[in-house]
Design a protein around this ligand. Structure first.
Ligand code: ADP
Ligand code: SF4
Length: 680
């Protein structure tokens, strides 16, 4: 049946191959690298099943001197890697999608700790990993030749594995080709250094090598970051970035363009909205006749249609939107765009790469669980056919996800919510500066719940233990959340502190607008939580006209946001708002702030303190119920069990629902990629 979005389902020729539609799942870190192949394969298979016409594999190291361990990338070092890739191609193609592989060499961003080989690059400079005190070895002409040969051999293997699109990777400052291109890292004075023509030479040669190897049978894509807006000396889309596109314009079969580094390309919704890369990348189509794919956290089919119609992109690239909803294309095809589980731009997915672990997602708790727990994001079946009644107390992310999942399996759900509206913490947090897209967590689920005949939701209904015990329901699920403490207990301090000298506010107080009407004053925000909360509260108070000092016992601002690629942006925002930053300041007994490095106490000129530390689980009713009766079917999910990030609450709500749906399944264990023992 034709629909308004037909243009998105047109075929696109990419050199000798044809993408069945314009939905393009670009390469992205999955955390399931070469050493966790089953999870990787199942994750990509799900995207193909969900309608992505092209599914790409993440950075695939071409040789041992591009060793990214402990970031689990793919590898195609030699033929022993082939069986994994052959299978990968098979599972992607089974659903009619094209399979693409991003061949890459990390150059000065590789660490080579596992292989013990020297890190190589265009110049003898410290490698681009401040955590590793090592310099790169300057490549001589023989090394350059060897690198080109390795790339050719990798391309050859990729062809043998059956990939349709072979990438040349020059993006994110994560590629040796970017390092040769950049005057930051290329200080050579031979034919590979100096002027632009020399610096782009290696990229051009590798593109030509790859085109030679594929010999017109497969497509060659160039992934290139056209701009580096976060670098003072970096590519600009209207200068050398453009020069690269102009000088190589017709060489690749596909241009895959973005901005660099990763914090720019994967900017969070707090700092960048949908389509944020277009001002940088839209020029590319005017220079080349080859198809162009670009990204920008696209979740709106209207935006996608307009990008194609206005000639800005041929293919709609997505990493995060395809993680949050692997079935995004199918939903648009079925004319059901309101069913899209839209990415909220929180970068929990990205943070897992920092840990070197399989990707997690706030919106999609089934990501990375496709193989090891056999979870499907859309199909949740109830094999027993018995329909159970479930009472869920609380409608935050945990309660809503639990309800949505149970309903999907055909069970009945009653939700009791103390508040007048659903959403719990996301309702409040999404009103904080920059976090408005987080409301999608609630919206997606409540929209589905509201149209389901098996669901009842009661607002302004604070249940006590006797209400719950009198309620006729087979299962009772507590999802009652948590509240912020204001007694000094936080990540660096396990004991309450006497804070009588202060007028203390918690994040809940701020979100509940307890400061309404207060004339501009001075505030201390003390961050002993270390994720986003203290920084957004600081921003909010500053925007409301208060003078804010941000104090933390750690040595930097909002430490955990380094993993979500937000830390530098938060620091810049603080500078812009004149928020005073005081790291290494610890709140100790009697409410004294002490500089950890000097041991001296800190002069504080206000008694208004926002304390952002630990949270208390809201579990008093749960404990009362447990004390009164031993209920076999009592469950608890989310922050009322262990306060944490929203992604954990969603995953917890989902897991509880799965336990109810399939009581036989053991959710404390999962399938593992087991290593074969080869010692005889
Ligand atoms: P989580 O992140 O675990 O989902 P939230 O704090 O976001 O937790 O949500 C918990 C929700 O539970 C809140 O909306 C709160 O109003 C609700 N709630 C807490 N206690 C009760 C109760 N006794 N009866 C009904 N709703 C409750
Ligand atoms: Fe989007 Fe957040 Fe999921 Fe990443 S974790 S895909 S940013 S919703």
């Amino acid at each position: 049946m034709s629909n308004h979005y037909d243009i998105l389902f047109e075929e696109v020729n990419i050199g000798p191959v044809t993408a069945p539609n314009r939905f393009y799942a670009v390469p992205h870190a999955t955390g399931h690298g070469w050493n966790q192949p089953n999870g990787a394969l199942a994750l990509r298979k799900m995207k193909a099943e969900g309608g992505w016409g092209t599914v790409a594999v993440q950075i695939t190291e071409i040789s041992p001197n591009s060793d990214f361990a402990n970031h689990p990338m793919e590898r195609i070092w030699d033929d022993s890697d082939l069986p994994r890739h052959t299978k990968q191609v098979e599972v992607i193609k089974k659903h009619g999608s094209l399979a693409a592989i991003e061949l890459g060499h990390g150059g000065m961003r590789a660490r080579n700790i596992l292989t013990g080989l020297p890190v190589v690059g265009p110049s003898s400079l410290p490698i681009l990993r401040p955590e590793v005190p090592v310099q790169a070895r300057k490549m001589d002409l023989k090394d350059i030749k060897e690198f080109r040969n390795n790339h050719k051999e990798a391309a050859n293997r990729a062809i043998r594995a059956g990939y349709d699109i072979i990438y040349v990777y020059a993006a994110h400052d994560l590629s040796i080709l970017s390092h040769f291109l950049s005057i930051r890292t290329n200080h050579r004075n031979d034919e590979y250094g100096g002027n632009f023509k020399n610096r782009v030479r290696l990229l051009k040669e590798v593109l030509e090598d790859t085109l030679d190897v594929v010999a017109g049978k497969k497509a060659v894509a160039l992934r290139f970051s056209v701009a580096e807006p976060d670098k003072s000396i970096g590519l600009r889309h209207d200068r050398e970035g453009r020069d690269v596109v102009e000088s190589l314009s017709e060489l690749p079969d596909l241009w895959d363009v973005n901005i660099s580094g990763w914090p720019m390309d994967s900017s969070t919704s707090r700092f960048s909205k949908e389509g944020f890369q277009q001002p940088f990348t839209s020029f590319v189509k005017s220079i080349t006749s080859k198809p162009v794919v670009g990204v920008g956290r696209f979740t709106s089919p209207e935006t996608m249609v307009s990008l194609v119609k206005s000639g800005q992109l041929d293919l709609i690239g997505a990493a995060r939107p395809s993680i949050a909803d692997p079935f995004l294309p199918k939903k648009i095809m079925d004319n059901n765009p309101n069913k899209i589980r839209e990415c909220i731009g929180c970068n929990i997915c990205v943070s897992m790469d920092g840990y070197g672990l399989p990707v997690r997602c706030t919106q999609n708790p089934t990501i990375s669980e496709e193989w090891r727990r056999n979870w499907h994001p859309e199909i949740i079946s109830n094999s027993s056919k018995v329909i159970k009644e479930n009472l869920i107390i609380g409608s935050g992310p945990a309660g809503l996800e639990c309800a949505w999942t149970l309903l999907k399996a055909g069970h009945k759900v009653t939700i009791a919510e103390a508040n007048k509206e659903a959403g719990g913490r996301v309702l409040k947090e999404s009103r904080l500066p920059g976090l408005n897209e987080w409301i999608r967590i609630k919206d997606y689920r409540i929209n589905e719940i509201n149209i389901n005949q098996n669901a009842n939701i009661y607002y302004s209904s604070t249940l006590n233990a006797s209400d719950i015990l009198n309620f006729k329901s087979e299962n009772i699920i507590f999802a009652t959340g948590s509240v912020w403490r204001k007694d000094g207990v936080g990540s660096s301090n396990p004991y309450p502190i006497i804070l009588d000298n202060y007028n203390v506010f918690s994040p809940d107080d701020i979100m509940d607008n307890k400061l309404k009407g207060l004339k501009p004053s001075s505030f201390i925000i003390y961050d002993d939580d270390h994720f986003y909360m203290a920084s957004v509260i600081a921003e909010k108070l500053s925007l409301e006209g208060h003078q804010v000092s941000y104090l933390t016992p750690l040595s930097s601002v909002a430490t955990w946001t380094d993993l979500t690629l937000e830390q530098d942006k938060i620091i810049n925002k603080f500078k812009e708002l004149n928020i005073i930053i005081k790291p290494n300041i610890k709140l100790i007994q009697e409410g004294v702030f002490v500089n950890i490095l000097t041991g001296k106490s800190e002069n504080i000129d206000t008694n208004k303190l926002v304390f952002v530390g630990a949270r208390l689980p809201v579990n008093d009713v749960l404990i009362e119920v447990q004390n009164q009766r031993d209920l076999p079917n009592l469950f608890y999910a989310g922050d009322c069990v262990s306060p944490g990030i929203i992604q954990s609450a969603v995953l917890s709500g989902h897991s509880v629902a799965r336990q109810i749906i399939d009581p036989e399944a053991n959710y404390s264990s999962f399938l593992r990629d087991n290593v074969e023992i080869s010692i005889k």
